[in-house]
Design a protein around this ligand. Structure first.
Ligand SMILES: NC(=O)c1ccc[n+]([C@@H]2O[C@H](COP(=O)([O-])OP(=O)(O)OC[C@H]3O[C@@H](n4cnc5c(N)ncnc54)[C@H](OP(=O)(O)O)[C@@H]3O)[C@@H](O)[C@H]2O)c1
Length: 346
């Protein structure tokens, strides 16, 4: 079993801590927060004995094998490099960094210290994504031509919030635009028999608000295999959380691409161990045939699959769900998107 430590006791840390209870490969050993009371509050929820008030202290604990870094995105780089130097394997929340240059420093640190590193794109660890890739590669919809993917939410304007404050890494592109960007790169890659492709063309438009971050934006991408994609994100409005793949012989829809089978996402307390986890559904509509529902059964929470993705690949130092090159390519795509809108965090 992998003994996990959590660094940063915020809202997503509670979700991951709950997910770990259903993991087949890991268990939660300790929680660290720099904020008085937060490690204790989270640890109390999940009966975790070890609580630390500094990141240095949890990293000095020899019982910890891997850390989940769930600080806000401008505060990812420092603990990732610290953890790598301490010899801990690392799962770090998305977006892995504020830009590709920071992400490259993390990859360098993981390589230099021979530790696992993965960006926490939990959606990529769910079995429905493996099924989606399999259908694409089996030619279920013929040649993939167009992909549309969106993730946007209504945060309610507050210049001091994580969604809107530039110092806190606000804006939709970094927070949730990273998902559709990574999804269309995955789909284009699957169509080419690869884990991902990076776009050869990228054009964006959008609206940047008074705090200097993107409120809502769309972008179009083209890949070397002539797959074209349309992505959108927002913190100012809800966008349909779906991904639709249009092929020469049909359409494949992923109606719930980001948070399938995830009761841990909304749970405020430890979920009972006999919690049922809902299956997910893909919709396949082959040209000239009746639409078909494809059910993908699960036996764990989405966030347990993420922890188990780490467990399955820890010896390889990177996982196919988000390899280092894939993550670096996604961050370069986000860099381009932000630059086209004139958003600058420096
Ligand atoms: N995968 C998902 O489904 C998902 C969902 C939501 C968020 N996320 C990602 O997870 C990360 C955290 O999001 P969250 O909503 O959990 O954030 P949050 O609750 O606002 O904060 C998380 C932690 O970040 C640290 N932090 C907060 N403000 C800071 C500041 N000004 N300077 C340095 N550190 C600060 C704190 O760590 P201490 O406890 O040590 O004080 C805090 O507990 C983000 O990168 C986000 O994109 C992922």
């Amino acid at each position: 079993m992998i003994n996990w430590g959590i660094i940063g006791a915020g809202s997503i840390a509670r979700v991951f801590a709950n997910g770990l209870r259903f993991s087949k490969t890991g268990r939660l050993e300790a929680i660290a927060s720099r904020t008085a009371g937060k490690a204790d509050a989270l640890a109390d929820l999940f009966d975790v004995v070890k609580r630390y008030n500094s990141y240095e202290d949890i990293l000095a604990d020899s019982a910890i094998d891997a850390v989940y870094i769930s600080t806000i995105h401008p505060a990812h780089l420092e603990p990732v490099v610290m953890a790598a130097k301490a010899g801990k394997h690392i799962l770090v929340e998305k977006p892995i960094a504020m830009n590709a240059a920071e992400a490259a420093k993390m990859v360098d640190a993981a390589r230099a210290n021979d530790v696992f590193l993965m960006e926490a794109f939990m959606y990529r660890c769910h079995p429905q994504i493996a099924k989606m890739v399999e259908l694409i590669q089996d030619g279920a919809i013929g040649d993939v031509l167009v992909v549309r993917s969106t993730f946007g939410y209504h945060a309610g304007f507050n210049p001091d919030s994580r969604a809107y404050n530039r110092e806190l890494g606000g804006g939709g592109i970094l927070d949730v635009g990273c998902y559709p960007a990574s999804m269309v790169r995955l789909v284009a890659g699957a169509a080419a028999g690869k884990l991902f492709l990076d776009p050869v063309e990228f054009k964006a438009t959008g609206v940047v608000g008074p705090t200097g971050v993107d409120h809502y934006t769309t972008a179009t991408l083209k890949f070397e295999n002539d797959v074209v994609a349309e992505i959108a994100t927002a913190v100012a409005c809800n966008l349909p959380p779906d991904t639709v793949i249009y092929g020469s012989e049909g359409i494949l829809s992923v109606p719930n691409p980001w948070l399938p089978s995830s009761p841990c996402r909304s749970a405020r307390t430890a979920l009972p161990l006999d919690t049922p986890f809902p299956a997910s559904t893909l919709l396949l509509h082959k040209r000239g045939a009746e639409p078909e529902e494809i059910t993908v059964a699960v036996d764990r929470d989405l966030f347990s699959y993420e922890a188990d993705m780490v467990g399955a690949h820890i010896d390889d130092r990177q996982a196919p769900a988000a390899s280092w090159d894939d993550t670096l390519g996604n961050m370069r795509t986000l860099d381009t998107w932000l630059a086209e809108l004139g958003v600058n965090y420096a």
